[in-house]
Design a binder for this molecule. Structure first.
Ligand code: FAD
Length: 485
């Protein structure tokens, strides 16, 4: 009975969200956010209406102004963020999700600690190494020398998230801002603009009957939000996804809690993701896709996008699409290189590791012979009870940094890592992996597989498309709270 009530509650909540999405049309509910235009405040970055001081939403277009923080920041040509003080890590309180990845990555004991759901820097102990910056999965940390700005490298976009390649948009984490709520907001804003600039259906005389209004690349929170908005506005569209639906979230460690506050922007009402598991969020997405008939094509990696007059030709591994507009919602993790072996699609396979701790006491295999494979094997070997195998097809680790060579040799010598040289992973099954070791078939018990054999960086892909990447100094403060110890 309790199970039935829980299920009914879940579908009622999801149905309510879809109803709000399809009905609301992107405008804020009366009384939400700012109360009225006029008076003291700043102009909305998008529509120019006055946003009263102390308010986070534009009273006219309903957009939370925080979304434009990176867009509005000035480009910088100066070589560094400057500042007179010593280098220190700075954690942004509005973005930190409390996953603790930075704490594990920091080489200075005690310099970064987790206090509740927030990473806090002890300025006296922090040496500004910056390992935390690279480790943070949501881009919430920067290292600077006492300046009031964080230096970031981001694609150039305007307030509609359109790039310098006209007709091509970038939304979500690919644009430089982490967090699910930002991704959802940006996806919707971009499609609102697409709908505004495309002439009404009958007047579109470019392309043919197969020409789509918009191709959306990526089915994370940004791509799904863009897809829903396109669907709601009756645009012809397709969402293309290289992996499975919302692949980044799917690859969070099991039962990861989503620690963001509920998305409170009007269009989404109370899409509840606070303290839910990743499984709950994925279930919500899957239900929305099923109920709306959102057109998502999974297993289709976009490999190239070329201009063809006013249109774009989007090429995936399997098909080609022609579209008037393209929205890139590809996240920032890039496209990992795959082995192409049977079983690679299983949930136990990862291409990066964000929380080593989640693999405590597990039997894991890391595939690869470069620094990322070695560092992953070492990090996993530091977890209590974790059995680590490093599989590499070569005779020796010849492509890794000197400091990693010493560390891995020590870990192999003391039995923390078992190295299998001249080995190739052939098949992944739920409980075992099948390898070819020195020409001999070997079956080993296994809980998780980490494939660390490189990949395509997303910014290199953008540059190939002609999108400009710029350096920006994003002010610390304003809508955000920067916290240090
Ligand atoms: C461990 C971890 C914990 C996190 N915890 C939180 C949290 O608690 N709260 C929170 O708000 N945020 C959290 N985040 C951040 C949040 O997941 C991201 O900010 C959010 O997913 C960004 O959404 P996105 O749609 O921009 O990109 P993504 O979710 O990364 O989606 C991008 C999608 O594009 C696909 N793709 C990429 N390239 C191609 C291509 N060439 N062709 C086709 N498809 C492609 C990818 O497979 C992926 O599915 C966490 C992140 C991690 C890694």
């Amino acid at each position: 009975m309790q199970m039935l009530l829980t299920t009914l509650g879940f579908f009622a909540l999801t149905g309510f969200f879809i109803w709000r999405h399809l009905r609301a049309g992107g405008m804020p509910a009366a009384g939400s956010g700012a109360s009225a235009a006029g008076g003291a405040g700043v102009p909305c970055a998008r529509c120019g209406a006055r946003v009263p001081s102390g308010s986070s939403f534009c009273p006219k277009c309903g957009i939370p102004q925080q979304v434009f923080e990176v867009v509005s920041a000035g480009s910088s040509a100066a070589p560094s963020a400057g500042g007179a003080g010593a280098l220190r890590a700075l954690v942004r309180g509005d973005m930190c999700v409390g996953c603790g990845t930075c704490v594990a990555a920091c080489p200075e004991p005690g310099a970064l600690t987790l206090q509740g759901k927030l990473a806090v820097v002890d300025n006296a102990l922090c040496k500004g190494h910056g390992e935390c910056v690279a480790a943070c999965p949501v881009g919430a940390i920067s290292v600077n020398a006492g300046t009031a700005a964080n230096r970031v490298q981001v694609p150039l976009v305007d307030v509609n998230f359109e790039t310098n390649v006209r007709g091509m948009y970038i939304v979500g984490e690919l644009g430089g801002r982490g967090l699910i709520k930002n991704a959802i907001n940006e996806g919707k804003i971009a499609i609102e603009h697409v709908a505004k600039v495309l002439p009404p259906g009958a007047a579109r005389d470019d392309g043919d009957a197969h020409t789509l209004d918009v191709v959306i690349v990526g089915s994370g929170p940004a791509g799904l939000s863009a897809g829903l908005e396109a669907h709601r506005r009756h645009l012809s569209y397709v969402v293309l996804e290289q992996g499975s639906l919302s692949d980044t979230v799917r690859k969070y460690p099991r039962h990861k809690l989503l620690l963001a506050e509920p998305v409170s922007i009007p269009l989404y009402g109370d899409l509840w993701i606070a303290d839910a598991s990743k499984e709950t969020l994925l279930q919500v997405w899957e239900t929305i896709v099923a109920n709306t008939g959102l057109d998502v094509h999974t297993g289709q990696k976009v490999e190239n996008i070329a201009r063809d007059g006013t249109l774009f030709r989007v090429q995936t591994e399997k098909a080609a699409y022609v579209a008037r507009r393209v929205v890139l919602a590809m996240g920032r993790r890039g496209s990992p290189r795959k082995l192409g072996v049977a079983g690679e699609e299983l949930d136990k396979v990862f291409y990066d590791i964000v929380e080593m701790e989640a693999f405590k006491g597990r039997r894991v295999i890391v595939v690869g012979g470069g620094d990322s494979a070695v560092e992953s094997a070492l990090g996993l070997a530091n977890q209590e009870g974790t059995e680590v195998i490093l599989s590499y097809r070569g005779d020796a680790l010849s492509r890794v940094k000197e400091r990693n060579v010493e560390k891995i040799q020590r870990a192999i010598a003391n039995g923390r890592v078992q190295a299998l040289f001249r080995s190739q992973l052939r098949e992944i099954r739920p409980d075992v992996v099948v390898l070819d070791v020195d020409g001999e078939k070997t079956i080993l018990p296994n809980d998780h597989v980490f494939i660390r054999i490189g990949g395509d960086a997303p910014y290199a892909f953008l540059e190939r498309l002609g999108i400009q990447i710029v350096s920006k100094d994003v002010p610390v403060g304003g809508h955000d709270v920067a916290r240090t110890g």
